[in-house]
Design a protein around this ligand. Sequence first.
Ligand SMILES: *Cc1c(COP(=O)(O)O)cnc(C)c1O
Length: 374
Amino acid sequence: MQLFDVYSLYDIEPVKGKGNYVYTADGKEYLDLYGGHAVISIGHAHPHYVEAVASQVAALPFYSNSVRNSLQQKLADKLGKASGYEDYQLFLVNSGAEANENALKLASFATGRKKVLAFDKAFHGRTAAAVAATDNPKIRAPFNETENVEFVPLNDLEAVEKKLATKEFAAVIVEGIQGVAGIRMADDGFLQKLREITRETGTLLILDEIQSGYGRTGKFFAHQYAGIRPDIITVAKGIANGFPMSAVLIAPEIKPEKGMLGTTFGGNHLGCAAACAVLDVIEEEKLVENAAEVGEYLISELKKIPQLKEVRGRGLMIGVEIDGSAPELRKRLLFEKNIFTGGAGATTVRLLPPLTITRSEADRFLQAFKEILA
Ligand SMILES: *Cc1c(COP(=O)(O)O)cnc(C)c1O
């Protein structure tokens, strides 16, 4: 059988990871400023994580959601404490798209409405409803074209107000910081106003923190810079350091009904053990604080590089706008300097390192980046 060939690959195969580095079979070391797509939050093969996952896989990796699983409550307690959302409810699923799918469904259940408002250049995943709310014609199939989703420009309050005044919208879905779009920020003031308008019109506010959450921006969630509390928050990427898992955080006013949502794999024991271990390390090693600190340093140093057109982002979610081809530059960083970075379109380099990255690793990247640019 052949693989269904949908990915553009680098000709390189990491077989091992340790801390902020990955290694190929021939022992070459690569600094990871991509975190395997914003997924590796606590660094590769963290001993506490390895131990927790290994002992859970030996004990009981999975049993169905028809029986009690106290690991889910343990995770809910830890996540509530880490995020400041102790009064919210937790629903566990398996991927980012699936978390958004459930969030959108829940908003529709709760409001009895059908429409969803999303933003230009948004990315919310590739399943039916999530991709319908994604502003990328290339990945949205004809089947997913729906009159139920409408798009307005990010930070355009007037456009939002006009749409929501109809009171036809179940939810507005917005990324804490747009990731795939190339690190585009929703202004704090915009998010605050959005919170007001959604409340006034009985529309639920869904914050997609799948990429921007879990400490990446220097706060647990990016929207916490705006001081708002959404009705629903979705998280995934960094949640279990590579184990496929995601979650929906649901405000206390939204009441569950038996059977309204469900999943086979979601909330499984192995995923919960992995996710608990991640939160342990985030707290123990003060990784949110580290993301703020090293992120601020990286951003301010990048802003001093004259060849760069723009540097956007917060904490360790950084978009660098270059004059030239970003894919070409990233390839050179990888093959000449042994550094992984992320991309987003033709001219943006996206940095999404593990939250464990150190200042001296940031310096190593800055040095290499300047050499390639020069
Ligand atoms: C990655 C991502 C998703 C989709 O997550 P998957 O796990 O790939 O389904 C959704 N929203 C945002 C903001 C993302 O970055």
